[in-house]
Design a protein around this ligand. Structure first.
Ligand SMILES: CC(C)(COP(=O)(O)OP(=O)(O)OC[C@H]1O[C@@H](n2cnc3c(N)ncnc32)[C@H](O)[C@@H]1OP(=O)(O)O)[C@@H](O)C(=O)NCCC(=O)NCCS
Length: 160
C-alpha cells in the first residue's frame, strides 16, 4: 500500500468514501446533509494536508493533517481518517495513522490531539489507543448519535 498526497483526480474516490460516513452521522460531528461541494470544501480545505492510501491503483482511505489550534496551540496536530467501507479491517487506518504521526513529527508538531472521538466508535477508540493515544478527557453527552442518542465524546492525545 502507498500513502501519498491527494490530488484532484482522487476526488470521486474520496467523495464515495466520505459521503456515507458523514450522512450516517455516527462518527464525525459534521452535518449529515452536506452536499458534495460542501464535503469537498471541508475535506480539502486549505488548512488540511490531505493524503490517500492506495493499493493496486485503488484509493481505499484518506486522512487530513492540520494544526489543532492557532497561535500558542499550533504545535499540536489534529487529523481525521476515513477508510472506504469495503476496505475496513485491513489495516488501512493503522497505516494512515502511523503515517500521520511520522508526517506530524516531520512538520515539527509536538503532539497530536483528536478533539471529538465518539465513544460508541469503539473500533476507532481501540485503534487510536493501540497507536499510542490516551483518553485525556471525556465530554459528557457531547455527541448526538442518530441511534444511541446523546453519547460521550473523548479527547485523545499523544506527545510526539
Ligand atoms: C475507524 C476506521 C478509520 C478504521 O479503519 P480501518 O482501516 O478499518 O482500521 P484498521 O483495519 O487499521 O483497524 C485495525 C484495528 O482497529 C480496530 N478496529 C477498527 N475498526 C473496528 C471495528 N469496526 N470494530 C472493532 N475494531 C475495529 C481493531 O482494534 C483493529 O485491530 P486489530 O488490527 O488488532 O484487529 C474506519 O472504520 C472508518 O473509516 N470508520 C468511519 C469513520 C471514522 O470513524 N473515522 C475515525 C473517526 S475518530
Amino acid at each position: 500500500m502507498t500513502i501519498r498526497p491527494a490530488h484532484d483526480g482522487d476526488w470521486p474516490s474520496l467523495l464515495a468514501m466520505l459521503k456515507p460516513v458523514f450522512s450516517a452521522g455516527e462518527t464525525y460531528a459534521v452535518d449529515r446533509d452536506l452536499d458534495d461541494d460542501a464535503i469537498r470544501t471541508f475535506w480539502m480545505m486549505d488548512a488540511h494536508e490531505v493524503f490517500v492510501a492506495e493499493r493496486d491503483g485503488q484509493v481505499l482511505g484518506t486522512y487530513y493533517l492540520m494544526p489543532n489550534r492557532h497561535g500558542g496551540g499550533a504545535h499540536v496536530a489534529n487529523c481525521g481518517y476515513v477508510t472506504a467501507a469495503a476496505a475496513q479491517g485491513q489495516g488501512i487506518a493503522s497505516a494512515m495513522c502511523r503515517h500521520s504521526l511520522d508526517r506530524a513529527r516531520q512538520r515539527g508538531f509536538r503532539a497530536m490531539q483528536f478533539n471529538h472521538v465518539v465513544s460508541t466508535n469503539r473500533g476507532a477508540v481501540a485503534l487510536w489507543q493501540k497507536l499510542g493515544f490516551d483518553i485525556v478527557g471525556i465530554l459528557p453527552g457531547a455527541f448526538h448519535h442518530p441511534v444511541h442518542g446523546y453519547v460521550d465524546a473523548f479527547v485523545m492525545f499523544q506527545t510526539l
